[in-house]
Structures are given as C-alpha cells and as structure tokens.
Design a protein around this ligand. Structure first.
Ligand SMILES: CCCCCc1ccc(-c2ccc(S(=O)(=O)CCO)cc2)cc1[C@H]1C[C@H]1c1ccccn1
Length: 235
C-alpha cells in the first residue's frame, strides 16, 4: 500500500537486507577485526577504482533488546551522543512515523574532501510466526532531496546500511514482567555498503574503515547499554 512516495523503495531495500542477512559468511569475506563478541568481516570490492568494500559486523550483547538498539540507532535525537564522525545531522523530511530523511555532514578525513550524506532512514519490527521475540531493523539508504543540494567542495556519500537485531530471552521466567536485563541478549548484524562518492586512496580508506567501524559500533552499543541500564525493558 502506497503510504508515501518512497514506500516501494523502502519495501524493496528492507526485503533485500532480510534476504542477505541470513546468508552465511561465505568465502570472499575476510575477518578483519574481532573484539569480544564482535566479529567484523569485509569483502574487498572496487568500482571504477573506488573502494566500496561491503562490511558485515556480527555482535551480541547482554542486557539490551533489539528494539532498544534499533530505537537509539534510528532516533535522530540521540545521534550526536554516540556518533563521533559527524559534524551535524538533521531531519529534512518526515515521510511517516517510521521513515525520515536525514542530511548529515561527516567529519573531514584529511586529505580527502569532506563527505555529506542524505538518506531515508526506516525502522521496522518484523514479528515472525513463532512465539519468540520479533526482529527489529533499521535501514539507512541514500536518496536525493531538494533540501540536500550537493555543493562543492563536499562529496556526497552513497550508503546502504542496515542494522538487524534479534532478542534472546535466556531462562524465560513464567511471566514476562519478571524478566530482568541479565536474562536478555541482543544479537545484531550490521551491514554497510558505502561508496565514498569520489576517489579516495584505497589503502587510506581501508585503514579508516577498519579502524572506524568497530570503534563506532562499540561506542554505539556501549551508549545504549548505559542509557537503558536503569530503564524498564523495551521489548
Ligand atoms: C575519506 C572518507 C570517505 C568516507 C568515509 C565514511 C563516511 C561515512 C560512513 C558511514 C555512513 C553511515 C553510517 S550509519 O551506520 O548509517 C550511521 C549514521 O551516520 C556509518 C558510517 C563510513 C565511511 C567509511 C570510512 C568508514 C567509517 C566507518 C564508520 C565511521 C566513519 N567512517
């Protein structure tokens, strides 16, 4: 059902991510970083000499639900609290209660030109038939917008990013209100297809990505654990 002008795009991209997230890590993916439960995989891909390496990160953490992780990732009001690589972020359009369009200025990575990004960002709960917990996901997908003109010297990123979360309840007590945070666990898969939008030295971009992705996910998940510690569990 058409709710807004991008409803079909959102549906298509969400279904694509749901299809690929289950795909096992096949050959061609290199484990480039491992830290506790976090495993970071990368495929080396170049499109006309530009590094567009897909990133896939698996992580699990106790004490938080997939809904909480997705909510803090999607909701712009928290973004500057955990995102250290942005100069600014703002909503330029609200398409529906679960779909907004952001414009972001990314911190410059010298000597490359400064990047900016404009994407629709959609949050969704997918309740599967079994009684166990639903899957929550957020997709950030580049889209053009008249309120986000591409202005030199800034270079527009092209990004297709998804955060897909499952919630596990260990030793579920008889009734749900007795569940404590130490009984819950979130298993997340983060995928990022980022094209820097213009040429960047391959080795430089690969080392920035290898350093920044684990750092950003670790910082984000720690932030959510901190923010939710004393709050009622949001299933
Ligand atoms: C010379 C720099 C070229 C571009 C670098 C760059 C820009 C944005 C992004 C990126 C875009 C979106 C997301 S998100 O998950 O949707 C959150 C919302 O902000 C996250 C990361 C990635 C990279 C790649 C380096 C890598 C890198 C990774 C994590 C932080 C900074 N840099």
């Amino acid at each position: 059902n058409r709710k807004h002008r991008l409803a079909y795009d959102v549906e298509r991209v969400v279904q694509e991510h749901l299809t690929y997230v289950r795909e096992e890590i096949s050959d061609g993916w290199d484990l480039i970083h491992q830290e506790g439960e976090m495993k970071v995989y990368r495929r080396e891909v170049e499109e006309n000499g530009i590094v567009v390496d897909p990133l896939k990160i698996f992580h699990s953490m106790k004490g938080v639900t997939g809904h909480e992780i997705c909510q803090y990732f999607w909701d712009y009001q928290y973004r500057m609290e955990w995102e250290t690589t942005l100069d600014s972020t703002k909503i330029i359009e609200v398409l529906d209660p679960d779909t907004v369009i952001f414009f972001q200025m990314h911190k410059r990575v010298w000597p490359a030109a400064q990047r900016d990004s404009c994407f629709w960002s959609h949050i969704r709960c997918i309740s599967n038939s079994e009684e166990d917990q639903p899957t929550w996901l957020v997709v950030n997908y580049t889209t053009p917008h008249h309120l986000a003109p591409i202005k030199s010297p800034h270079v527009r990123l092209v990004a297709n990013v998804a955060l897909i979360c499952e919630t596990i309840i260990n030793e579920p007590p008889l009734n749900i209100q007795d569940i404590k945070r130490e009984n819950i666990e979130c298993k997340l898969t983060y995928v990022a297809f980022v094209n820097p939008g213009g040429w960047v030295p391959s080795a430089a971009l690969r080392s920035v990505a290898k350093r920044e992705y684990p750092r950003f996910l670790k910082r984000f998940t720690s932030y959510v654990l901190e923010q939710t510690r004393d709050k009622p569990i949001l299933f």
